[in-house]
Write a protein that binds this ligand. Structure first.
Ligand SMILES: Nc1nc2c(ncn2[C@@H]2O[C@H](COP(=O)(O)OP(=O)(O)O)[C@@H](O)[C@H]2O)c(=O)[nH]1
Ligand SMILES: [Mg+2]
Length: 284
């Protein structure tokens, strides 16, 4: 199963434009596969000279239009949220827009926590083991959500985290922020992008500034024309690559390589397999 990345965020922030840029126009019906650039794979391929080189990939999906409930449901099925903020156009206020968007997710999690608390209260009365511990973590989650905070920023022990996962909380999913900046403010993205970075830093999440519209246009050009235009904007090709790597890392994934004729391939490990791999001192 590939890692599912959902492009989410306020309306008009450039989600569909970013989807086209990331998939270089090859996505269909809002779904596309995106390669994860990796210098190690390139070096391996140079050494082995295989007939085929297969990079690791993630599956990226654009937000379909829909109601607030549908937006929450869409985010819920993802492994990683790619949150796009509007840092271009008239009076960009990316932080307010991101917070408004996050509120729907917070309220959805609050409803799930409250439903689960009812169930666990009954289990506690029936003397079920662990019900007390679960009640405590749910109560802490409820307080955090009631304060408008996402569960991503709640400090949790691994076993508490595992208990919370039972309610499929959407605000606990790893997030990567994209400050979709005005072309004139590239490469850094200026003040609006700085605000997005501050918000992301507060959640321990990565944030990347680029112009989705410019990247989508560039993706349609020949490499030589691309390079020329990038130089004009003082940007390199790393923006989309950094997004791809950030969502890969946010998904807690580990890359391993198989090399030989006819193919050099980057694959993913996650969950228990990844922990065993790391414990054995291998992989990165
Ligand atoms: N100036 C500028 N406009 C953009 C950028 N990205 C998207 N837009 C424009 O913003 C509008 C909404 O973009 P869209 O991708 O449809 O947003 P969505 O509602 O989040 O999917 C469109 O008119 C885009 O051309 C950008 O990086 N710079
Ligand atoms: Mg759209």
């Amino acid at each position: 199963m590939p890692v599912n990345v959902a492009i989410v965020g306020p309306a008009g922030s450039g989600k569909t434009t970013l989807f086209h840029a990331l998939t270089a126009g090859r996505g269909a019906d809002g779904v596309g596969m995106v390669d994860i650039p990796d210098g190690r794979l390139t070096r391996l391929a140079e050494a082995v000279q295989p007939t085929k080189t297969t990079p690791a990939q993630v599956r990226v999906e654009d937000s379909p239009p829909g109601s607030r409930a549908q937006r929450v449901a869409f985010a819920r099925q993802a492994d990683v949220l790619l949150k796009v903020a509007r840092c271009f156009g008239p009076e960009p206020d990316p932080v307010a827009e991101l917070e408004e968007f996050a509120l729907d997710l917070v309220l959805a999690d609050l409803a799930s926590v409250e439903r689960r608390l009812d169930v666990v209260a009954k289990e506690a009365r029936a003397g079920k083991k662990d019900a007390q511990a679960e009640t405590e973590v749910l109560a802490a989650a409820k307080q955090h959500l009631n304060a408008g905070q996402q569960l991503r920023t709640l400090t949790l022990e691994p076993d508490q985290r595992a208990m919370l996962l039972g309610i499929f909380p959407v605000t606990l999913k790893p997030a990567v922020y994209v400050a979709n900046a005005a072309e004139a403010l590239l490469p850094g993205g200026g003040e609006p992008a700085a605000k997005v970075k501050k918000l992301a830093d507060g959640e321990g999440a990565p944030s990347i500034a680029l112009s989705a519209r410019l990247e989508a246009e560039l993706s349609e050009l020949e490499p030589s024309e691309q390079a020329e235009m990038r130089a004009g904007y003082d940007i390199d090709e790393s923006g989309l690559g950094r997004i791809a790597r950030a969502v890969w890392e946010a998904g807690g994934l580990i890359t391993y390589f198989t090399a030989g004729e006819p193919e050099v391939r980057a694959c993913r490990l996650n969950g228990r397999a990844a922990r065993r791999w790391q414990a054995a001192g291998r992989g990165a």
